[in-house]
Design a binder for this molecule. Structure first.
Ligand SMILES: [Zn+2]
Length: 552
């Protein structure tokens, strides 16, 4: 037998599902896994040129795959006015001030990462920005990318005033006389699209590479980009950024791009999406495909645009008339999804509220009735509130639950901006991962970075505890909604590989599969659940090459 290029030995091996193997070694040659053998047989794979990697008790796992991430906007944000490290409102303002001083030649101050829970009602005022940047427009996305904060110069530049109506898919926060107050929720943020300077192709490309570096350092070797379109967040053409990385040979990971469904547009988008899919398929890169469509079914709970079955409450606990927004009429959604499914597309739904989840599952059901079972592997991302009987429909319809486990814990954003405005009992229906698994749903996992941390181990920690490190809250929704560690790890590896249609060669440690691997220390399976976050990435490998740290 020929000697391996690489042999991992001396640690447990999580293969992508189930409990880890103990006492086994993994051999790699030509970028692929060639053997998973008992340690006693490992010597047969070692030759003069074999590099032996001693795990010293660390865990070897398939590389993580993020099922919902926005790398380009995340990377660009890191390179622009970046508020993600700000600890409170004053800190955010100071960061904007310092950035403006350091970049006097920039006509607009663009960036983002501010946190809703740093501002009363989640809605910062224009005057806070005017105080530090009175003369240039400032436009900053919230950390969750659902709200935009503007100063007076930006509001004037866009020609917005008391007479500007709210768009159908968004809301303008207003002063008593109707003047925009500074925060623009959901589609209202697009009111600036015509006047804000676009993000140049070079900055977008630099953002992708910066993001890739960050994600690889977290053990991520593949992802689904949840936002591939034109003009999104100022990026002119997301697919062309990936095309450039393919041409330059700088794209190291495997990416599925989810093409953005323009919710005001018509069914003719299917043909255009198929054309773009074919264009990238012809490149035959093995690293980037466009076979997915992203559809926003609703908004988010924090600004009461998530579509709910029952009404939101006001600050006094009284029912309002608002049940959130269905961005697409449910009947039309069924027709669109049926058409996409027939055209061989996967649909990636943003579905947060329980009504949105129902409408998305209804659409998958309509597609199945019309087209029979396809290999679409449609998935619903976010799943903040899910009715109990809806959890059973995932398995029946072959729909995948795409979870952002990091959010499934008590923290200020949910405790102050969401739960007080939902009906009694809603807390028990938040992120019901345990129920989904008990009802046989397949899971995939992702971060929604830059909305929240991209670190899979942070999310897995919450998945298995439902309590953030260092807090002593009750587990959100009850202990029965926790996942066991193997299930959470599987969601982030083999589960996302399935959603990405890459389960034939990634997401598992198995002979013939690509050697896309991560080494985690300490082995999280050796830790009590509440210490899971102590396990961090030692090294990341793509097709048998060390990509983090570079000198692994
Ligand atoms: Zn997202």
């Amino acid at each position: 037998m020929p000697a391996a290029d690489l042999l991992f030995t001396g640690g447990a091996v999580f293969t992508g599902t189930g409990q880890p193997l103990h006492g086994h070694a993994v051999a790699v040659s030509g970028g692929r896994i060639t053997a998973v053998v008992p340690e006693a047989d490992a010597a047969a794979h070692v030759g003069e040129h074999t590099r032996v990697v001693r795990l010293d008790g660390a865990l070897l796992s398939p590389g993580f795959q993020d099922a919902h991430v926005h790398p380009i906007s995340a990377g660009v944000e890191l390179l622009m006015c970046n508020l993600t490290e700000a600890t409170d409102a004053a800190d955010a303002i100071a960061t904007v001030n310092a950035y403006a001083d350091a970049n006097p030649e920039e006509p607009w101050i663009l960036g983002g990462g501010w946190s809703m829970d740093h501002f009363p009602g989640g809605s910062p005022l224009r005057g806070l920005l005017d105080a530090v940047v009175p003369d240039r427009p400032v436009l900053l996305m919230s950390r969750d990318h659902h709200s935009t904060w503007a100063n007076t110069a930006a509001i004037r530049a866009a020609g917005l005033d008391a007479s500007t109506p709210d768009p159908v898919d968004g809301r303008i926060e207003r002063e008593p006389d109707g003047t925009p107050a500074g925060t623009f929720h959901e589609g209202a943020g697009e009111l600036f699209d015509q006047v804000r300077p676009p993000i140049g192709a070079d900055l977008a490309y630099a953002g992708l590479l910066r993001a890739q570096e960050e994600l690889i350092a977290l053990g991520i070797t593949g992802w689904q980009d949840g936002w591939v379109g034109t003009g999104l967040g100022g990026v002119q053409d997301v697919a062309s950024v990936y095309r450039r990385a393919l041409a330059d040979g700088t794209l190291k990971v495997h990416v599925v791009g989810a093409q953005w469904w323009e919710r005001t547009g018509g069914i003719e988008q299917v043909a255009e999406m198929a054309r773009r899919r074919a264009e990238f398929a012809a490149l035959d890169s093995g690293r980037f495909t466009l076979g997915t469509t992203k559809i926003m079914v609703d908004g988010v709970a924090e600004n009461q645009t998530a579509a709910m079955l029952s009404p939101y409450r006001d600050v006094h606990g009284h029912d309002t008339a608002n049940r959130g927004l269905s961005f697409i009429d449910p009947e039309r959604l069924r027709a669109i999804v049926t058409e996409l499914d027939a055209a061989g597309f996967q649909v990636h739904f943003h579905a947060l509220g329980d009504r949105a989840v129902r409408e998305a599952l209804d659409a998958v059901e309509a597609a199945r009735d019309a087209n029979g079972a396809t290999d679409g592997r449609h998935h619903l991302a976010h799943l903040q509130v899910v009715e109990e009987h809806e959890t059973a429909r995932f398995a029946a319809l072959g729909a995948v639950a795409n979870i952002q486990a990091l959010w499934a814990t008590h923290e200020d954003q949910i405790d102050e901006l969401t739960l007080p405005f939902l009906q009694d009992g809603a807390e028990g229906r938040q992120y019901p991962f345990g129920d989904l698994v008990r009802h046989g749903a397949r899971l995939a996992a992702g971060s929604d970075w830059p909305v929240s941390s991209a670190d899979p181990m942070d999310a897995i920690h919450i998945a298995v505890t439902r309590v953030a490190p260092g807090r002593d809250d009750e587990p959100l929704g009850g202990a029965h909604q926790r996942l066991d560690l193997a299930t959470a790890m599987a969601a982030y590896t083999s589960g996302t590989a399935y959603v990405n249609h890459r389960d034939h060669d990634t997401g598992h440690i198995r002979e013939g599969f690509l050697a896309n691997l991560v080494v985690l220390d300490p082995d999280p399976f050796s830790l009590p659940a509440e210490e899971t976050h102590r396990s961090t990435v030692v090294s990341t490998w793509i097709e048998g090459e060390p990509v983090y740290p570079r000198n692994a």
